[in-house]
Design a protein around this ligand. Structure first.
Ligand SMILES: NC(=O)C1=CN([C@@H]2O[C@H](COP(=O)(O)OP(=O)(O)OC[C@H]3O[C@@H](n4cnc5c(N)ncnc54)[C@H](OP(=O)(O)O)[C@@H]3O)[C@@H](O)[C@H]2O)C=CC1
Ligand SMILES: CC(=O)N[C@@H](CCC(=O)OP(=O)(O)O)C(=O)O
Length: 328
């Protein structure tokens, strides 16, 4: 498969390169960056030296001849590319938020008009696998909703309230420097942000609805002084109390055929660089605490995007992704 990465100079673009290099069926032939057009990809991504001779090009999509494209561009930018690429017969995985929500919800949450809306499967593979198989376009989920929804899914139907408390590494902000990502403001520090109003809450609530749960969901994100990873503590308040063993069995059964969900004590170290989501439960009367860990750039973005590409193209879901995490 010939592959294009639109937005290849960013973090998720660089991670797509690293992961696709070992994918047996993918060859990256196009990597775009408007600011770095004409420069070698390795000038931005030295980790790729020896693995690619490509130079960045401008995203002139009418002349791109590929089978698959990843849109690794900021939200509101993807809608400028998605419709015409799909029309050209290219299979597209969009890493941005542009097609994750219905049009009216997107416009409310993101505060901008959606100028090129069409409905798309939501690419949380464990929940929406059938819609993603053979699809020509998939909206890859947000990083926080991925870890949070996987933590809550098996119990959602039995809950009346779900509170997600998440901590993210700084690469979740992308590679644009800002006051919030400035080292002295992040290193040796720990903050909550958008305490009650983060845009990912809409995706989390959408998935709770998909799971036929009437539970109310709430979300507070925090910024951890690490590069990669998201640890989510989901407090799930049940309609009826359950025993520890019963909840454990429920989680084991729910995820028994899922290659990328592991039932074990979660930590960022155990998932870093991998496409795994690790999770574990502890029950106290009506409250179940589920903790999940993912790498925001892999299962939270580029790895899950490749998992979706595999589904869309009829490949084995683990192809190119079956590797363990990197230890510190
Ligand atoms: N970082 C993360 O953990 C996650 C990110 N995502 C989403 O993935 C997408 C990419 O994120 P990330 O890699 O972190 O972002 P970065 O800011 O690191 O990179 C963005 C890339 O998009 C390009 N770009 C920016 N504007 C446009 C435009 N209008 N048209 C074409 N290309 C453009 C940039 O290059 P240039 O400006 O030179 O063209 C750059 O290559 C975003 O939508 C993000 O929300 C999703 C899950 C997790
Ligand atoms: C740490 C950090 O800033 N994280 C980002 C979310 C990361 C992400 O990729 O979300 P989208 O895919 O929806 O853009 C944030 O809170 O907005």
């Amino acid at each position: 498969m010939k592959v294009a990465i639109i937005g290849a100079s960013g973090y998720t673009g660089g991670e797509l390169f690293r992961l696709l290099h070992v994918h047996p069926r993918a060859e990256i032939v196009c990597a775009t960056s408007r600011q770095l057009a004409g420069k070698p990809v390795t000038s931005r991504h030295p980790h790729l030296t020896g693995f690619t001779d490509l130079t960045f090009t401008n995203p002139e999509i009418s002349s791109i001849d590929v089978d698959v494209a990843f849109l690794a561009v900021p939200h509101t930018a993807a809608m400028a590319y998605a419709p015409s690429m799909v029309e050209q017969g290219i299979k597209v995985v969009d890493l941005s938020a542009d097609y994750r929500l219905p049009k009216d919800v997107f416009e409310k949450v993101y505060g901008v008009p959606h100028t090129a809306y069409f409905p798309a499967p939501y690419g949380l593979c464990e929940l929406h696998r059938e819609q993603c198989k053979n699809a020509s376009f998939v909206a890859n989920p947000g990083c926080f909703p991925t870890g949070a929804t996987l933590a809550a899914a098996p119990l959602a139907e039995r809950a009346h309230t779900i509170i997600y408390d998440s901590k993210s590494g700084v690469s979740g902000m992308g590679d644009n420097a800002s006051e919030g990502s400035h080292y002295p403001n992040v290193g040796d520090n720990f903050i909550a942000y958008k305490w009650t109003s983060h845009r990912h809450l809409a995706e989390m609530r959408q998935e709770i609805g998909f799971l036929k749960s009437g539970a109310k969901a709430y979300f507070t994100p925090h910024l951890l002084p690490v590069n990669r990873g998201i640890l989510t503590t989901a407090h799930i308040l049940l309609n009826e109390p359950m025993e520890q063993r019963e909840v454990e069995r429920l989680y084991h059964d729910y995820y028994k055929d899922e290659p990328f969900v592991r039932y074990q004590r979660p930590s960022l170290n155990s998932v870093r660089g991998s496409n795994f989501c690790d999770l574990m439960v502890e029950v106290s009367e009506e409250r179940v605490v589920v903790v999940s860990a993912i790498d925001n750039l892999v299962k939270g973005a580029s790895g899950q995007a490749i998992q979706n590409m595999n589904l869309m193209c009829g490949f084995s879901e683990t192809e190119g992704l079956w590797s363990p995490a990197i230890l510190p």
